[in-house]
Design a protein around this ligand. Structure first.
Ligand code: PGA
Length: 255
């Protein structure tokens, strides 16, 4: 993490957890613990929790995000949520291309690109997830694959909008498994991402890009991961559901 060049961002990804009442309770517990953070703090909550979460977080340093958005602004897409709907509510962040969306809900590099474009058009900050599966790592194609995911997703993103893009490197084999990439593995691939962005937008833009690591990041391993040059934050699943654990990660990013 290079604090002179870029913002550290710790974002919780609650996934399909917490009812609105439970969301309110978790935020009430979390907010005082992260109030003095010296990094950006975000909670990406289920759609139906957004009103409660926005209300709970109003006037605090915690920003609220969603976990997906559709690529059209409106239309016949039963069950979907459009980016302008989120923006109008006061949502500031949205995750796009999470591996669970890619695996279970048919998201492709192309639709991820479209969703990111829609998010940026609506004024949101996109947290763009990329990462390889275990098989892909074993085949030795991690760097090429991640570079390709980044290039496709950023297609059409204007340089002036890049400050509203956060990259999240999430090796699929590390998500929810308790297996964490080593700090060196995380740094290496985050470095590949930065180099890929440099090839598209130039060195200065790439140097200012926030790149998170995600995949079983927790209170114990966060400091080591965040000490690496190219790891500027974390996208936190399981540990974001426990206020003390999430706060410990925020504290590690604030040092
Ligand atoms: P995990 O999830 O921290 O539970 O591994 C991370 C993510 O999927 O964003």
């Amino acid at each position: 993490m290079n604090r002179t060049l870029r913002r550290a961002v710790i974002a919780g990804n609650w996934k399909m957890n917490k009812t609105p009442a439970e969301a309110e309770a978790l935020l009430a517990e979390t907010l005082p613990l992260v109030a003095n953070a010296a990094c950006d703090v975000v909670a990406c909550v289920p759609f139906v929790d957004l009103p409660a979460a926005l209300q709970a977080a109003a006037g605090t340093n915690l920003k609220i995000g969603a976990q997906n958005c559709h690529f059209e602004a409106s239309g016949a897409y039963t069950g979907e949520i459009a980016a302008p709907m989120l923006a109008e509510m006061g949502v500031q962040y949205v995750i796009v291309g999470h591996s669970e969306r890619r695996t279970y809900f048919g998201d492709t590099d192309k639709t991820v690109q479209q969703r990111l474009a829609a998010a940026l058009k609506a004024g949101l900050t996109g947290i763009l997830c990329v990462g390889e599966t275990r098989e892909q790592r074993e085949q030795g194609i991690t760097d090429e694959l991640v570079a390709m995911q980044v290039k496709i997703a950023l297609q059409g993103v204007a340089k002036e909008d890049l400050h509203r893009v956060i990259l999240a490197y999430e090796p699929v084999w590390a998500i929810g498994t308790g297996l964490t990439a080593t700090a060196e593995q995380a740094n290496e691939v985050c470095g590949v991402i930065r180099q890929t962005v440099a090839s598209l937008y130039g060195d200065e833009a790439a140097a200012g890009l926030t790149i998170q690591y995600g995949g079983s990041m927790n209170a114990k391993n966060a400091a080591e991961l965040l000490a690496m040059e190219h790891v500027d934050g974390g996208l936190i699943g399981g540990a974001s559901l426990k206020a003390a654990d999430f706060a410990a990660i925020v504290a590690a990013a604030s040092r």
